[in-house]
Design a protein around this ligand. Structure first.
Ligand code: S3P
Length: 172
């Protein structure tokens, strides 16, 4: 089985995921990276040239592929867990971890980032906060919710391993 890290942009999915995978001796993958490889195109280019709907189809297809693998830590794009279709796959093949943080903290981390096309679609802090709020219920479906606010990386990883252990030791 696998672990999927979910959460809003800036929640640390990639940083935490890489380190978590190293500690577990698992493979690290990230959905944006897989999409970029397949499409041979950056995320902003995919959004600009093919549109968000196309990007979401790519997300679903890489999620389906990763679900077939084992011992993968997957860092998901912030919009991947939105919708029942992707949740069905997540629930079936992944132990899901929501990396929760205060919106203000997330906003500080992502603001001005040119590789996040949604910052153009939601250009104000309020618009972005509405997007965040509209997603929280989906994120909270995760098996565990880890509050990352003011925690060191090591502690966050320790908590994830502790909570996920019963899941992956039962499945192997
Ligand atoms: C998105 C988040 C991004 C990336 C894309 C769309 C979103 O990933 O998938 O720009 O819808 O929240 P990160 O969460 O890694 O920034």
């Amino acid at each position: 089985m696998n672990i999927a890290l979910i959460g809003f942009m800036g929640s640390g999915k990639t940083t935490i995921g890489k380190k978590l995978a190293r500690q577990l001796g698992w493979t690290f993958l990230d959905s944006d990276g897989l999409i970029q490889q397949k499409e041979n195109c950056s995320i902003p280019e995919i959004f600009a040239q093919k549109g968000e709907v196309y990007f979401r189809e790519c997300e679903k297809s890489v999620l389906t592929e990763v679900a077939e693998l084992k011992k993968v830590v997957l860092a998901t794009g912030g919009g991947l867990p939105i919708g029942e279709d992707n949740w069905k796959i997540l629930r079936q093949s992944f132990f899901t971890v929501y990396l929760k943080a205060h919106f203000d903290e997330l906003f500080l981390r992502i603001t001005g980032d040119p590789i996040r096309p949604l910052l153009q679609k939601y250009p104000t802090k309020n618009q972005l906060k509405e997007l965040y709020l509209s997603r929280v219920d989906w994120y909270e479906k995760a098996h565990v919710i880890i509050d990352t606010s003011q925690k060191k990386l090591e502690r966050i990883i320790g908590e994830i391993i502790e909570r996920a252990r019963p899941f992956y030791t039962n499945q192997n």
